[in-house]
Write a protein of this length. Structure first.
Length: 154
């Protein structure tokens, strides 16, 4: 079984990996822990699309992107450590977001031919959940089984 863990370093992401470790046969699983990072050009396009008049782009955007990519690699590796602690054989992947984080997660799952996408939900409610929920968008766009572990409400 190929599993794609969408990992952002949050407590919800850690909890999703832990719960998947309880629910799934980890001995038979090949896991990829994916961290998605956003290049400055994508951030600028999103800001312009949502009506921002001022778009701050540093003089050395390439080095900022390199720094963001390195942080995403480190974050994915941290997720691998969590996955391994819960019994998964896992490897890290850090991918640039070209449009939207949810689209990138679905695209990576397709490229991996994942049997399952696993991600945590932060517990957004109301309009914020509808407009800003990566997990909601992945659920609507994915063409494969998707497991969303809700935030712990305790």
């Amino acid at each position: 079984m190929k599993i794609l863990f969408a990992y952002d370093g949050s407590d919800a992401a850690d909890a999703a990996i832990a719960k998947a470790g309880e629910l799934l046969d980890t001995a038979e699983a090949e896991a990829v822990v994916l961290s998605v990072w956003e290049p400055l050009t994508v951030s600028a396009i999103k800001a312009a699309r949502f009506g921002s008049d001022e778009i701050a782009v540093p003089l050395d955007a390439a080095s900022e992107d390199e720094r963001a990519q390195e942080q995403a690699r480190d974050l994915a590796q941290r997720g691998v450590d969590v996955a391994r602690a819960h019994g998964f054989a896992a490897r890290a992947a850090a991918v640039a977001d070209e449009r939207a984080i949810a689209d990138t997660i679905v695209q990576q799952a397709d490229e991996l031919d994942a049997d399952l996408i696993v991600l945590g939900a932060r517990g957004l409610a109301g309009v914020r959940a509808f407009l800003g929920s990566v997990s909601n968008h992945v659920l609507q766009q994915a063409h494969r089984p998707t497991l969303v572990i809700p935030a712990d409400r305790t």
